[in-house]
Design a protein around this ligand. Structure first.
Ligand SMILES: [Zn+2]
Length: 161
């Protein structure tokens, strides 16, 4: 069942890193201890241009005017990029039904790709917002085992169908 939740009940989720390559990954709970939840709704599909520097963990670039030219910039590393040199990344904001109620969470490219592949869908990273939304809506709701870091789903396990 899809569920409708008023936007006012939910806080805004900032763009954050997928943190997928973090060293503390090995500290994560064993699969059997990962809680089970269901992704029951999708709020937002957000393909974006990210800083291509590895240590910047796929943070979103913002457009700034610099010397009368528009460039894409990430303020932490001060890197400036053109769209062609930036990395295309993807964030999807979903409603996760957990043991403790519903939670608005973000999923990033690696976990999104994993969801599609578990359904035998070859995930084409054309980063078209509408195509990705349509594809996700066909498989919602789906059950996952997950690890959360803040409001980001950083690690999932899915049953193959
Ligand atoms: Zn950077």
């Amino acid at each position: 069942m899809l569920q409708v939740v008023a936007e006012s009940e939910l806080q805004e989720l900032p763009i954050s890193s997928d943190d997928d390559d973090d060293a503390d990954r090995t500290d994560e709970a064993a699969p059997s201890h990962m809680p089970v939840g269901s992704v029951i709704a999708v709020f937002e599909v957000d393909p974006y241009l990210a800083c291509p520097i590895n240590s910047c963990s796929n943070k979103k670039l913002v457009t700034v005017l610099q010397n009368e030219l528009y460039v894409m910039k990430y303020s932490k590393c001060n890197g400036t990029f053109r769209a062609s040199t930036a990395k295309t990344y993807l964030r999807v904001v979903v409603l996760l039904n957990t043991e403790n109620g519903n939670k608005k969470c973000a999923m990033f490219l690696p976990t999104i790709k994993q969801v599609f592949e578990s359904r035998g869908i070859d995930f084409q990273t054309d980063f078209d917002k509408t195509n990705i939304m349509e594809a996700i809506m066909k498989i919602v709701p789906f059950e996952i085992r997950y690890t959360l870091r803040g409001t980001t789903i950083v690690n999932i396990l899915m049953k193959r169908k």
